[in-house]
Design a binder for this molecule. Structure first.
Ligand SMILES: [Zn+2]
Length: 153
């Protein structure tokens, strides 16, 4: 506890195990030892409470980290990469804590796969378009519909 010397006026922080005299002028500091001890215990209790509080805050933070949304976790991102890769790629870049090189390689892999697939379906799609356009019935022009003609008058 802080004690002010009656001799020189200096303030001294007294601990129970310290001699009860002023370190500056040597005057005896008339403070009951019991009071110093109580003050010291009180301070220790406060420090302990603060330490406990910090520990609790740390635990809460750790728990939050564990409860991260499932799609922010590695397993979730990998799953999404396979199920629906555009979302998986996005989440991977945004949340995964993987090295950038890994992310680049994965992204390139998907880009190559997509390009290959679009070339394959592109040639298929063209032939399909040709057949469907032939089968499509010609659309009636607006002029031949009586209702439209009446309205245009
Ligand atoms: Zn003094």
């Amino acid at each position: 506890m802080i004690v002010k010397c009656t001799g020189c006026g200096a303030s001294t922080s007294l601990e129970p195990e310290m001699p009860r005299e002023c370190p500056y002028c040597g005057s005896p500091l008339d403070v009951p030892l019991e009071l110093i001890r109580l003050e010291s215990e009180e301070r220790a209790r406060k420090e302990d409470a603060q330490r406990r509080q910090e520990q609790e805050a740390k635990w809460i933070a750790e728990e939050k980290e564990m409860n991260k949304r499932w799609y922010h976790r590695t397993a979730g991102i990998v799953l999404l990469l396979f199920l629906f890769f555009p979302v998986g790629l996005y989440l991977m870049w945004k949340y995964a804590t993987w090295p950038k090189a890994v992310k680049v390689i994965i992204t390139m892999g998907f880009v190559v796969a997509v390009v290959n697939q679009s070339i394959a379906t592109g040639t298929q799609g063209n032939s399909q378009d040709a057949t469907t356009s032939i089968e499509k019935p010609p659309q009636k022009s607006l002029q031949t519909m009586p209702g439209v003609r009446a309205a245009s008058w």
